[in-house]
Structures are given as C-alpha cells and as structure tokens.
Design a binder for this molecule. Structure first.
Ligand code: G6P
Length: 369
C-alpha cells in the first residue's frame, strides 16, 4: 500500500496532487482553441437533436450532485437549456413530468451508485436520451446510458472524492460549450476564452499545490470547532456545498454549505465566534454580494476565511484569513477554489488524526439502496 501511495501519507493527498494530470487527461484532444469548439464524438448526438433539446435533467448523488449544480448554471448560461438537478434517491420515487425530449445526464464517479442507476432507468422509461459522466470504464452506468463521457482521472481510492470531482466539472464545461456552440448560444470568441482558460487550469492548480503550507496553517482554525459554514453565490454555491461535504466526511465537523443569500433565512442565528465561515469570494458578478454576506457574519463575530483571487487586495479589509487562487475566467474559478477546500479539509482531518482515506460509516461506492 505504501508503494501505491507514492510517498504521500494518504491516498487523498496523492489524489489531490494528481489533479493537474487528471484534468489534462479529461480534456486532452477535445479542445480547439482556434475554432472555439469542443469535440465530443463519443456522444453520438446529431446537431439537429441538440438544437431541438428543450431541457436537461441532471441525476446524481453526493459529490457528483454538487458537480451537477455547477452543470445547471453552465448549461443555462452557455447552452440556453433549462436544467434541473435531481438527487437520484428522490427522483426515483417521485413523479417526474418528462415528455421524452429531455436529455438526462447522470453524473457518477463509480458508475455503480444504486440510486443513480435506478433514476436513469426511470428517465429512460419516458424515452429520454441519456449521457453518463463517469470515471470507470465498463461500469454499469455505461451500459444503462445511451452514451458516455469519461473523466480520465485514473482510480480514486480515498473515499472522499477529489480528483474525480474536478474532472467532472471539466466534463461539464466541455459538454456545455459543445451544446452551446451548436445551439448558437455561446459565441466562438467566448468559447475560445473558456478553452484557453481550461488549458491553463492544470498549471494554476499546481501553483495552489505548491503553496499548500498556508492552507495547512489555516486548518488549525477548524480542528477544535464543532460547526462551520461554507458560503458562496452562483457558481461558488456548489463549491461551498462540496467544501462542506468534504470537511464533514473526513473531519467529522458539522459543516453546512449555503447559498450566501440564504444566510438571513436561518443560519445567521447560529453564527458566533465559535463558528468559522469559509466564504468563496473569487471575482465575478456576485462579488459585491458576497462581500455584504461576509460583513453580516463578521458583525456576529465569526472568523471568516475567504477564498479569493491572488490579486484581490480589497478582500483583506473584511476577513481574517485569505486563501488565494490564481485569477481565472469567472466560470472556471470553481475548479481552483475546490482544490483549496480539499486541502483545507485534508489538513483539518490530519490535525484531528482522523481516518482520512476511510472515514467511519462511509463507502466509496454505494451499490445498495
Ligand atoms: C458515496 C461516496 C461519495 C460519492 C457518492 C456518489 O457516498 O462516498 O464520495 O460522491 O457516493 O458516488 P458516485 O460514484 O455515484 O459519484
């Protein structure tokens, strides 16, 4: 096992470090910077079919569901497609109103999650076409879906998903650009900017990894805390959800991810100097709004840790600690912020001496209901 960990103390840390490569492998050979196009021949979707699409239904569980929320924002913005994100265990027992013209996208790292498989079967029974985003070649979902878009992350051993999550995000960017270009929603120039930005992600992640000691120091803020909140808006909302899920999975700290605008509808009552708040505050059109939310929690004495762009000096005025990410295209920043939050969870769990690769009560793949 020590050999498989390649010198890292845990599989999770090794897998966090593999992200520059796993992202690169996921988009390799598919991006044309010159044309502003993404080639996804494996989808077998005709151009006319793509143009006729009315709706997308994303089905997933756990971390993959969090990726799905980002997918929703991307499909709506880049491809003009109304998108619902469904929790597989709910969807399979609900009464979905589907007419067969919707595209179902199942996101599942393992390709074996029982609820996700059942939910996809249910959507197929309405005649919906399905695409699976999965990391495991030959997994059950690849047989249950009409087509497959692989994340090429290599095997993930740590129970807490890391490299497969960021690769899922990359798969969703590619799919959204592909659909959006054919549907004439995203322009060639916008797509080119995104593609250039995607190609920069591996190098930018490496920069974050090179400065991980700062994140390790910051983790000391959490080790003795019982509760904490992660807040974000728009594309940073799923980042907050995933940051909280990671922390609770491996450090056993009660963590909640919240859409920052919802703070005033409940969570504010819980904010004290004992509840650290992690605010994902990379630049974008909701930046001013998250600053207001940061002020709200600061006024209640919370320690605030912000994830922000490396050239953002404004943020220092409002928060206690800033964890920096290289500045990127607004739509792509979630990949970088997620890496920071993975390291934050990892070092918090390490400080608490938790069983990082095999957290109590959790399984890597949930093949029973
Ligand atoms: C389990 C794992 C999670 C994962 C979820 C969905 O709960 O511990 O890390 O996100 O299943 O798994 P899937 O393989 O469908 O993405």
């Amino acid at each position: 096992e020590a050999a498989e960990k390649a010198g890292y103390e845990h599989f999770m840390l090794k897998e966090i470090h593999e992200q520059p490569t796993s992202i690169q492998n996921t988009f390799a050979g598919k991006l044309s910077e010159l044309e502003g196009t993404v080639t996804l021949d494996e989808l077998y979707l005709e151009r006319d079919e793509i143009k006729r699409l009315k709706r997308v239904t994303i089905i997933a569980c756990g971390t993959s569901w969090n990726a799905g929320i980002l997918g929703k924002y991307l499909f709506e913005k880049l491809a003009g497609l109304h998108t619902d994100v469904e929790t597989a265990s709910e969807f399979r027992y609900s009464n979905p109103v589907l007419c067969g013209e919707e595209l179902t996208i199942a996101i599942t790292q393992s390709g074996e999650t029982a609820d996700t498989l059942a939910a996809v079967r249910s959507s197929s029974s309405y005649g919906c076409r399905s695409i699976a985003i999965t990391n495991v070649v030959g997994s059950t979902i690849t047989r249950e879906s009409d087509s497959v878009l692989y994340t090429r992350s290599g095997p993930e051993i740590g129970v807490a998903a890391t490299k497969t999550f960021t690769a899922q995000l990359v798969a969703l960017y590619m799919l959204a650009i592909h659909l959006g270009r054919i549907r004439g929603v995203v322009s060639a120039n916008e797509a080119k900017d995104l593609i250039v930005g995607m190609k920069r992600l591996p190098g930018q992640i490496q920069k974050i990894l090179n400065k991980k000691e700062m994140i390790k120091e910051c983790a000391a803020q959490f080790a003795d805390k019982r509760d904490c909140f992660f807040i974000g808006r728009y594309l940073n909302y799923p980042v907050a959800l995933e940051g909280a899920l990671k922390l609770k999975e491996i450090s056993y700290i009660h963590a909640e991810g919240y859409a920052a605008g919802e703070l005033k509808h409940g969570p504010l009552a819980l904010i004290t100097d004992e509840t650290p708040v992690v605010a994902i505050a990379t630049r974008g059109h909701t930046y001013e709004k998250i600053l207001s939310n940061i002020k709200e929690v600061k006024a209640r004495n919370a320690t605030v840790i912000a994830v922000a762009d490396d050239d953002d000096t404004e943020i220092d005025k409002y928060v206690d600690i800033v964890l920096r990410v290289p500045s990127s295209h607004e739509l792509l920043a979630p990949v970088l912020s997620s890496v920071v939050l993975q390291l934050l969870s990892y070092y918090t769990a390490l400080a608490k001496d938790c069983s990082i690769d095999k957290p109590r009560n959790l399984a890597k793949s949930v093949t029973v209901e």
